[in-house]
Design a protein around this ligand. Sequence first.
Ligand code: DU
Ligand code: SF4
Length: 232
Amino acid sequence: RTLAELDAALTECRACPRLVEWREQIAETRRASFADWTYWARPVPGFGPPTASLLIIGLAPAAHGGNRTGRMFTGDRSGDVLYAALHDLGLASSPDAVSRDDGLTLRGVRVTAPVHCAPPANKPTPGERDTCRPWLVRELELLRPHLRAAVALGAFGWDAALPAFGAAGWALPRPRPAFAHGARLILPGADTGPPLELFGCFHVSQRNTFTGKLTPGMLRDVLRTAAQVAGL
Ligand code: DU
Ligand code: SF4
């Protein structure tokens, strides 16, 4: 199955009852400023080419961001910060991610999340995280031939991604290293496959960017190094 086919199948998933209800409820109540929008209100697939050598792993779609627009990090403040940094580094065609048909393209980068539906309070349960993991594993398996680096945004992304990399064929160190901003972890490839380097970076959420815990410069530094490792 191709990545496009995986993405299409994902958008039909209804495996998490609480998230199915929530993603649709957000669309009904919506937000006054988005009154004219037809909310996506479905699982949000990863965004970026199937030949990406760098993968960025977030947490889950935002209620009025990805859950509204149908594209990862599109239409929310977190995405404003992320795509601005990618554009600075020449990895995104524009700093502005507005809608699915805004023409934005990524070069060598794909953006995804370990949970594909918007969760209440941006907090998926461990059960929802585990239920969604097979989607990330399949995405990693399809990206594996080209993938050389990944950036986990926040501890949730890091902790959710590690077992997915293990299931998709990379070797995991024991004990499992903890998330830290600036963490770097080389995952040897299974068999003769090439290794992948995983980078930790504080999440681009407003809670981190408004308080200065994550500055644009810090984000750019991690992404620049990861892009170099990925040959971009
Ligand atoms: O029917 P299909 O084309 O295979 O698409 C359904 C897709 O959903 C299948 O690949 C398994 C996947 N899936 C999943 O990854 N996690 C779940 O909890 C439920 C279904
Ligand atoms: Fe399906 Fe993942 Fe959404 Fe759960 S979070 S309903 S597994 S796409």
